[in-house]
Design a protein around this ligand. Structure first.
Ligand SMILES: [Zn+2]
Length: 200
């Protein structure tokens, strides 16, 4: 039985690296996969998934109006697909997550999503909240805060390294604009004071 999987983590936990490894594992067995990333993600250029270890691969992009249906996706890929892999899955709409869940179960196509759970204010991304609700298999990828505790939240910082606490949920400025932190550091920094070492 095919499933919808959600692998969530804070920033810089290696989500894109994990996705590229899974793609490689499928292809090594002669199976084809389709990679997707959010259309606005220009960290490594539109339509690419890049890991911080240096691997980069082209990817299809999804926007708010992208519809997911197995037959159309296999036309896009030009071959039968064994799996769909999504990077930046927090940017899927709740409706799109529902389509993917339905597709996994009714059209027997597994879907693996990697993404953030919460934004820089500690609020849920709508896509992540729906994935946490519907995914058949949910797993946290772990990463650490500068204080050595487990990092589960994300800070946004400006070009001068100061914390930003207000603004749009999505600002595409590259990974250097975010820090994965533990909840203690996230809240300790509420007043604007920055924990030693966090931005070192
Ligand atoms: Zn910490």
């Amino acid at each position: 039985m095919s499933k919808l999987y959600f692998r969530y983590a804070a920033m810089n936990a290696g989500k894109s690296t994990a996705l590229l490894q899974v793609a490689h594992n499928y292809e090594e067995r002669g199976l084809r996969v389709l990679l997707f990333t959010a259309a606005h993600d220009d960290r490594v250029g539109n339509g690419q998934i890049g890991s911080r270890l240096g691997l980069v691969r082209p990817a299809a992009t999804f926007g708010p109006d992208t519809a997911f249906e197995r037959e159309r996706l296999e036309q896009l890929a030009g071959c039968p697909l064994a799996c769909l892999l999504f990077d930046e899955a927090q940017f899927l709409s709740p409706d799109q997550v529902r389509q993917l869940h339905r597709m996994a179960h009714l059209q027997q196509l597994p879907v693996i999503c990697w993404g953030l759970r919460s934004d820089f204010r500690g609020e849920a991304f709508a896509g992540a909240a729906t994935l946490l609700t519907l995914a058949d298999d949910v797993e946290e990828m772990k990463t650490i805060c500068a204080c050595a505790r487990k990092a589960t939240m994300n800070l946004r910082i400006d070009a001068q390294g100061r914390r930003v606490q207000q603004g749009e949920q999505v600002v595409i400025g590259g990974n250097e604009r975010y820090r994965a932190v533990c909840p203690a550091c996230f809240y300790a920094d509420d007043a604007g004071t920055v924990a030693p070492g966090l931005f070192g």
